[in-house]
Design a protein around this ligand. Structure first.
Ligand SMILES: Cc1cc2nc3c(=O)[nH]c(=O)nc-3n(C[C@H](O)[C@H](O)[C@H](O)COP(=O)(O)O)c2cc1C
Length: 177
């Protein structure tokens, strides 16, 4: 059921040591490839990382906001070729969302790590750091990394009352209905 799934989803940054089975990873792979993209151009590429040492290095991509990746069972690095579609950023964001919702559906936790437009500690872009680490061609932009694993922390879903209802405008901007 979609509605309870999105009601309980939260960003999970702590994971248990339990590895993901081949079957679970297979379901995540299929889900991300089912993401729609503008004109079906599929400008994205996904690098799946499970090697503990490489996960640790990915955790260093940014000074603070990427550390949780070191404890993930799987990191999915999302990149795209901007020459394939001018909607590459949107296409990557949708794929990331598909992945996170599929993870939730499988009883996993996940969190987005922003790479595009972010810096590595040494002043290089975080994207350059990730590209070099994973041998990703220069022609591809790295947008985000989704860290996934069995949840090692519990978080309540956002309550209905806490949702920013004032962001909704009925018929015209500023009318809350
Ligand atoms: C575009 C985007 C970029 C994000 N970047 C990061 C990040 O770099 N590191 C991180 O720990 N969380 C990141 N997050 C997770 C958000 O901080 C999180 O979704 C937000 O605080 C709301 O919390 P919730 O997901 O638990 O509802 C990102 C989320 C989005 C959608």
């Amino acid at each position: 059921m979609f509605s309870p799934l999105i009601s309980r989803r939260r960003s999970i940054r702590k994971f248990t040591d339990r590895p993901l089975s081949t079957e679970i990873v297979g379901q995540l792979k299929e889900a991300v490839l089912r993401a729609p993209s503008s004109r079906g151009r599929n400008p994205w590429q996904f690098v799946l990382v499970t090697d503990r040492e490489v996960l640790g290095r990915l955790g260093e991509a940014r000074a603070h906001s990427s550390q949780f990746l070191a404890g993930a069972a799987l990191a999915v690095v999302i990149c795209a070729d901007p020459n394939k579609a001018d909607t590459w950023i949107e296409d990557c964001a949708i794929a990331a969302t598909y992945l996170q919702l599929a993870a939730e559906d499988l009883g996993l936790g996940s969190c987005w790590c922003q790479i595009r437009m972010r810096e590595h500690a040494d002043g290089r872009s975080a994207a350059d750091f990730v590209r070099e680490l994973l041998n990703i061609p220069d022609s591809l932009e790295v947008t985000a990394i989704i860290g996934i694993g069995y949840p090692g922390e519990k978080k309540a879903g956002h309550s209905r009352n806490s949702l920013p209802w004032n962001k909704l405008h009925i018929e015209r901007f500023g009318e809350q209905g």
